[in-house]
Write a protein that binds this ligand. Structure first.
Ligand SMILES: [Zn+2]
Length: 335
């Protein structure tokens, strides 16, 4: 009994709201007992049905001390949805609201340090976040043209997806006005025919430690070229050396990595070419990468069986295959 009583007395700091019924239930409870809302620090609102602006605003007003907020709606374009909402402690914000609904909210929440955005929905890719300043931002994720506006010293993690109009992330990278030495982790997608993707990374983020490259799925299955940036071993290896602090490289591609899928011997040869710059293990002088210790490749990811995920690790100079996964699910979390 005492256990039940003490459980009931605990006021949750985290809550997930998945329906308008949940939303109403929370509002009724937090109105009757304000400390229920005031104690809340981590709120995830993920609703796949129409909701009203008033009910969402009411909910957020009742939880003024949130630190983490997820706000993901199936119909997110609700004008004025964040009007009057003030969350002074907010640090993490993930949302799929169109960007034109966000500038005023960001102006009142300058202490956000982690921001995850979805599609912009601005006409002509003219993102309305141009004048937004978030000086404490450490991590940002979203469409390339929108998030580049936040690339400033202090940023440590950046995830850029293709622009809404399907343009090139590489081109956006190359248009950045500065080289950023604070960035540690970069995730970008790129076109299969973008053979200079590493050059674009080097130009902007020469000090990165973790790089994840996600090739955009081919729209014409089975009829595309298999030529890729890494087929040119000398250039690929030299470019990797131009990222001297790089420790982890992750690559997802619809192309093949080896002739016989999942062959450990063939994979080893391919990986050794990347890290040594040599086409053959017995010829020439290797130039080993100084810090790379992990390479993960998801190859043939566009195939009907979703291909192969292979991870290679370096221990005391020797590269070994750490794991192999055949036919991962399409939504496999490639980390
Ligand atoms: Zn935008």
């Amino acid at each position: 009994m005492s256990l039940v009583l003490s459980y009931n007395e605990v006021v949750q700091v985290g809550l997930r709201i998945a329906s308008s019924v949940d939303l109403t239930t929370f509002c009724v409870r937090a109105t009757a007992t304000p400390r229920v809302g005031k104690r809340l620090e981590d709120l995830r609102i993920v609703i796949n049905a129409p909701v009203t602006r008033a009910s969402l605003q009411r909910c957020l007003t009742l939880a003024p001390n949130l630190v983490d907020l997820d706000l993901l709606l199936s119909n997110p374009d609700i004008p004025g949805i964040l009007d009057g909402v003030v969350l002074r402690n907010l640090r993490f914000f993930r949302t799929n609201l169109p960007h034109h609904l966000l500038p005023a909210f960001f102006a009142a929440h300058a202490r956000i340090s982690v921001l995850v955005l979805d599609a912009c929905h601005a006409p002509d890719c003219d993102c309305p976040l141009g004048a937004t300043h978030l000086p404490h931002l450490k991590c940002i994720s979203g469409p390339a043209p929108c998030v580049t506006r936040f690339v400033n010293n202090g940023l440590t993690r950046l995830t850029m997806s293709s622009p809404d109009d399907g343009g090139s992330t590489s081109l956006v990278l190359r248009s950045l006005p500065l080289r950023l030495y604070t960035l540690c982790t970069l995730t970008i997608d790129f076109g299969a025919d973008d053979h200079d993707v590493l050059q674009s990374v080097i130009a902007s983020f020469p000090a990165i430690r973790k790089l994840k490259l996600l090739e955009k799925p081919s729209e014409a299955r089975g009829r595309t070229s298999t030529r890729r940036a890494w087929n040119n071993t000398a250039t690929w290896s030299k470019d990797l050396l131009s990222l001297p602090l790089l420790e982890e490289l992750m690559l997802r591609t619809g192309s093949t990595l080896v002739r016989r899928s999942a062959s450990e011997d063939e994979e080893r040869k391919a990986i050794m070419r990347w890290v040594s710059g040599l086409r053959s293990a017995t010829r020439g002088r290797p130039h080993y990468h100084p810090s790379l210790y992990h390479i993960g490749v998801w190859y043939r990811s566009d195939d009907n069986d979703n291909g192969v995920v292979t991870h290679w690790s370096q221990h005391a100079g020797a590269w070994v295959r750490a794991s192999i996964l055949l036919h991962p699910p399409q939504d496999y979390d490639f980390v």
